[in-house]
Design a protein around this ligand. Sequence first.
Ligand code: PLP
Length: 360
Amino acid sequence: MIPFLESSYANPSSVHAFGQAVRHRIECARQQVAELIGATPKEIIFTSGGTESINLAIRGTLALHPQRRHVVTSAVEHSAVMRLSEQLQTEGYEVDYVGVDDEGRLDEDEWTSRITERTALVSLIHANNETGVLLDVARLCSIASERGVPVHIDAVQSAGKLDIDVTQWGAQLVSLSAHKFHGPKGVGALYVRRRSGLVPQIRGGQQERSLRGGTEHVAGIVGMGVAAEIAATERSTFTARIRALRDELEAGLTERIPIATVNGRGSPRIHNTSNISFAGLSGEAILLLLSEAGVCASSGAACSSGSVEPSHVLDAMGLDAKRVHSAVRFSLSRFTTRDEIQFVVNKMPVLLSKLTTLSV
Ligand code: PLP
């Protein structure tokens, strides 16, 4: 990324050679991101991140079918989909939020019954950002496709971590974000399947096939491309190791701490996420103690950390208030070490004993 901040600063829309050299790097990045998810480069639109991709996908599709005023999504979406859906409701759209069971599995009968010919779009999260629970998006997409309803998948948490082939999913739109696979923050992409239309939401220049006006964030896009290539080529070498560490963390904590429960454990989950409740304790207090001990974890979604709002995802799973308020999310990566996992497993009982002493 550094050359594109320091010396290769030409505008990729300029016709001169300096600009065209930069344009070439953007097109390389488009190829790298396309390969990560089994798309073709023309199907990739660069954006400022997952949130913008999601907004473009949903609003851009709704604008194509102004007569259809119905959207189907789930009750466990990221706030980017949740807040947008709430906004759509204030604009007269009807939005159905399909529920999940206590393991985070989507109610497929409800999903099937909600999608009708007046549905403009369905939007579904692939790997849940709080619990890591994976939805069977290929099957759920096919239910919508059979009814001619376009599908958007929020693959922000799974792209770069799992083997994704968007052609097998059959989705029209898939949102990605670079920083979830070690790319830079503030850059993302939207996959737009060939021949599925989309109405631009940021109008301006003709960048990104006129679907997203504005001069490109070149360094970010280049960084996303390289991160995508590294993820695609190296993922298989570290996925099993991350899963083993995640399992070791969960086994260690649940063995040593009787009140610890892993949320969504009974469902297929992405390998790097672990959501654990310590019923009766405060998730926020646990996070502070962990932070003092040098451990960075989150309560619920990172985007809503800092607020004491209980997690809508755990709430939708029907978990009781004690479990919801005491949940801590651990995220692992290819850089997580066994020593770090052992440190958390050994430290946690000591930290929690401080909280139970305080609450006596
Ligand atoms: N969707 C999911 C599942 C996420 O986890 C996130 C970010 O955490 C987003 C969307 C939003 O992505 P961004 O932060 O790149 O806007």
